[in-house]
Design a protein around this ligand. Sequence first.
Ligand code: IPE
Ligand code: IPE
Ligand code: MG
Length: 259
Amino acid sequence: MLPRNLKRWTGGAADKAPARDGLAPRHVAIIMDGNGRWAAARGLPRAEGHRRGVEALRRAVKSAHELGVEHLTLYSFSAENWSRPAEEVSDLLNLLRMFIRRDLTELHRSDVRIRVIGERDGLPPDIVKHLEEAENLTSQNSGLTLIVAFNYGGRQEIVGAVRRIAEAVRDGRLDPAAIDAAAVAAQLDTAEIPDPDLVIRTSGEQRISNFLLWQSAYSEFVFLPIHWPDFDREAFAAAIASFRARERRFGGRVAQAGE
Ligand code: IPE
Ligand code: IPE
Ligand code: MG
């Protein structure tokens, strides 16, 4: 028997046609990985790899613009990255502080809209202030949407959504029968952001590492064999070319020759 509500089973993916007829992906999400190995291969401290990683991040934002991408999500710090040595965590937090201080004005001038996903509770208060300032200053911009995933974990995000839904049921505001994929998606940090069409990971690692677990249900994946500090427009364009050559089916099928 067919499920009564197909949309509910697919999370609506079946009617999310590939963006703009297979031209550029509308939303690209990137797992920026390999800073440490990039540095180690050159006999440099890991911190230098992260510093060069910020330069690659700037290139990625600029290239996204040029390549027609509308939403760019960058995995900057995972909920699990706190398990790294304190000195490295502190280097990464300082880079975020510096990035916002140095780049926010220019991003705003370029009409970039910044959104931040991830857990803010427990972050140093000045970091929360920086993140809010970036979102508030750019909230009316209409160019590229830059989504910064900071202290982000896909499982944690889903747990938060489940908790809010359970509270709504407990308080009599929500009928359990009304809980569908759209209701869950609406409780995620990414509510109102389209699902990523393309997820890119650098460093050659082929895993998702708790990134956008729900949202990447029908994303195309490209794993690049370069480390993040080496990411440039050419690498970005190559990933997009690979995406454009794919056939997305969303569980359906395309007509065969002769049909
Ligand atoms: C990515 O590079 C940056 C973050 C995870 C914050 P890594 O620091 O993970 O570099 P590798 O994977 O150890 O080479
Ligand atoms: C994923 O990279 C997190 C970010 C890029 C921010 P990691 O380097 O933390 O992932 P694992 O540990 O190799 O899975
Ligand atoms: Mg890594």
